[in-house]
Design a protein around this ligand. Structure first.
Ligand code: PEP
Length: 250
């Protein structure tokens, strides 16, 4: 993967409680994790402080928000700001996750505004993009990805603080993982887009991670593809096999 540090994120979505998430933190703390891998877990906002405290001794394992609001504070009932997530220990924020886009109706424009706030706060952005099944069937995969990438790009001033997560919507939570060949093809097209629209150095150094039904069994083959620099893992990040995914390049 071109010298890019392998990155494995766990998106817990709206799952877990004090007991079960503490158990996951303890499993990560006591496991022999490949210390060349950058590991991030994204619990529900209500457990950010718990997870960041429980993982504080593990230098390569950090905590991410699943989403943030773009404003610093104010009358936005139910939302949290970048500085609040940071105050609870987050060093990263996932933006543009498929569920935020398609269940909660977030637009590219809104995700762009959030990107600006996240970077201004000093957090790393995990920038999610990905097409729906109908887009892939109609040959529009890269059209959709480029629209999403463009909204991120217009708000990014420092690409060293960005990880791109390519997550085809048809593969998220479905058990229908992209084949290594299909994932590699799209990752390579995303890297080419970066090269042509941002610059060759950014294209060479930016991690492009894959998400969508990654598990302990399919991770190795995906990891061998030259443009796959890690994973964003949903369901399997709550299970013991998350450790195998972290260690799959060892
Ligand atoms: C995700 O939510 O980002 C994801 C990839 O989910 P899953 O691994 O469960 O498909």
């Amino acid at each position: 993967s071109g010298g890019r540090q392998f990155f494995v994120g766990g998106n817990f979505k709206m799952n877990g409680n004090t007991k079960s998430l503490s158990a996951i933190a303890e499993r990560l703390s006591s496991s022999d994790l490949d210390d060349t891998v950058e590991v991030v877990v994204a619990p529900p906002a209500s457990y950010l402080a718990l997870l960041s405290a429980k993982l504080s001794a593990k230098e390569n394992v950090n905590v991410s928000a699943q989403n943030v609001h773009e404003a610093e504070k104010g009358a936005f009932t139910g939302e949290i700001s970048c500085s609040m997530a940071q105050d609870c220990g987050a060093r990263y924020a996932i933006l543009g996750h498929s569920e935020r886009r398609h269940v909660f109706g977030e637009s590219n424009e809104q995700i762009g505004t959030k990107t600006k706030s996240v970077l201004a706060a000093g957090l790393v952005v995990i920038a999610c993009i990905g097409e729906k099944a109908e887009d892939r069937k109609s040959g529009n995969t890269m059209n959709v990805c480029v629209e999403q990438l463009t909204a991120f790009k217009e708000n990014i001033n420092d690409w060293s603080k960005v990880v791109i997560a390519y997550e085809p919507v048809w593969a998220i939570g479905t058990g229908e993982v992209a084949t290594p060949e299909i994932a590699q093809e799209t990752h390579s097209q995303i890297r080419t887009w970066l090269s042509e629209n941002v610059g060759s150095e950014v294209a060479a150094s930016t991690r492009i991670i894959y998400g969508g039904s990654v598990n302990g069994k399919n991770c190795k083959d995906l990891s061998l593809q030259p443009d796959i620099d890690g994973f964003l893992v949903g369901g399997a990040s709550l299970k013991p096999e998350f450790v195998d995914i972290i260690n799959c390049t060892r």
